[in-house]
Design a protein. Structure first.
Length: 328
């Protein structure tokens, strides 16, 4: 299926250096903001209080967020839990007098008091006061473990992608794809650091999803590169890459256009719960397209990929070889 067909190859590799300079500047800015501003971690990572509240009618999420914001919890995530009447609220960790105690013995009682205070804030959000069904304290150690496990998951995904591409294609493709994927991940994190958007477990899941999504685009382009190398002669590596990218342009528009439409729908209509998840996916898909075409392809060209690496040499005494050296 083709949405359109481009008959003349687009000379993308002619501007490869300019595109990579732009990518390098963007990447450096993302790293700078990550170092200077850091990520705004959610309760899952920093620790805090988890509350499950039950309403007799559908829970007014907007009013709940407004009441909590008025009480000083501007970044408290609020979402339905199981049904429209049940709400899960995550309150950030509030310093207390015993915070200097290494054992933090009063952390759990503080969580209970924090839950009671928050429940009083919510009493005005409905005609019937809500019922507090559960309140739990999530310690910073739990958040530390989640952060470490998330980093390990990211590392395993990167290593797995590299091994897969090295076996399917060639090490040059593996290296260029990993560089492009790390470029995408770093830029997503840079956006969240610059704007101080909340970084939660759902955002981490979106980052991992973007890794797989970007790899898929790179595999499609590189598969066409390998096919073009085998079927055509007399073209330079830059011309082969231009032809491969031009040939997959229609597929890229169809695939990424439909995916981006779904993600934008989640971003606009998904509400507060899905906002940051959809935001990370939106940024990742846009830069995933960019990096697969304008970052990975120039890198693989500069690493020295050539036609000879995809053509098996024919033995001189091969009975299938014709007089002109072709193999039949």
């Amino acid at each position: 299926m083709e949405f359109f067909r481009i008959k003349k190859d687009i000379p993308i590799m002619r501007h490869a250096l300019a595109f990579n300079i732009i990518s390098l500047i963007t990447f450096a800015l993302a790293v700078f903001f990550l170092i200077v501003r850091g990520l705004n971690f959610s309760v899952e990572f920093t620790g805090g209080t988890l509350m499950e509240v039950h309403y007799t009618d559908s829970a007014p999420l907007a009013e709940i967020r407004a009441a909590l914001e008025k009480g000083g919890y501007s970044d408290a995530p609020v979402q339905n839990f199981g049904s429209s009447q049940d709400v899960l609220i995550r309150l950030p960790l509030v310093p207390h007098d015993a915070a200097t105690d290494p054992a933090a013995a009063s952390a759990a009682p503080d969580a209970a008091r924090q839950g009671e205070l928050a429940l009083k804030m919510l009493s005005a959000t409905a005609a019937t006061p809500p019922e507090l069904r559960r309140v739990e304290f999530v310690g910073p150690q739990v958040g530390k473990d989640l952060a470490e496990n998330g980093a390990l998951a990211l590392l395993f995904v990167v290593v797995g992608i590299m091994i897969y591409l090295a076996f399917r294609f060639e090490w040059r493709f593996s290296v260029s794809t990993i560089i492009a994927n790390l470029h995408d991940v770093t830029i997503i994190l840079g956006f969240f650091a610059f704007f101080q958007w909340e970084f939660s477990l759902s955002v981490l899941a979106a980052v991992l999803a973007v890794l797989g999504y970007s790899v898929n685009e790179s595999v499609v382009v590189f598969d066409r590169v390998r096919e073009t190398f085998r079927k055509t002669r007399g073209l330079t590596t830059a011309q082969v890459l231009d032809r491969a990218i031009t040939g997959t342009m229609s597929r890229t528009v169809i695939t990424h256009g439909s995916t981006q439409a779904v993600v934008l729908s989640m971003l606009i209509f998904g509400g507060e719960t899905l906002h940051n998840f959809a935001l990370a996916l939106t940024i990742g898909i846009c830069f995933g397209i960019y990096s697969s075409i304008l970052v990975a392809s120039p890198i693989v060209m500069w690493l020295g990929v050539s036609r000879e690496q995809f053509i098996k040499p024919v033995k001189a005494n091969d009975p299938n070889m014709t007089a002109d050296g072709a193999c039949v």
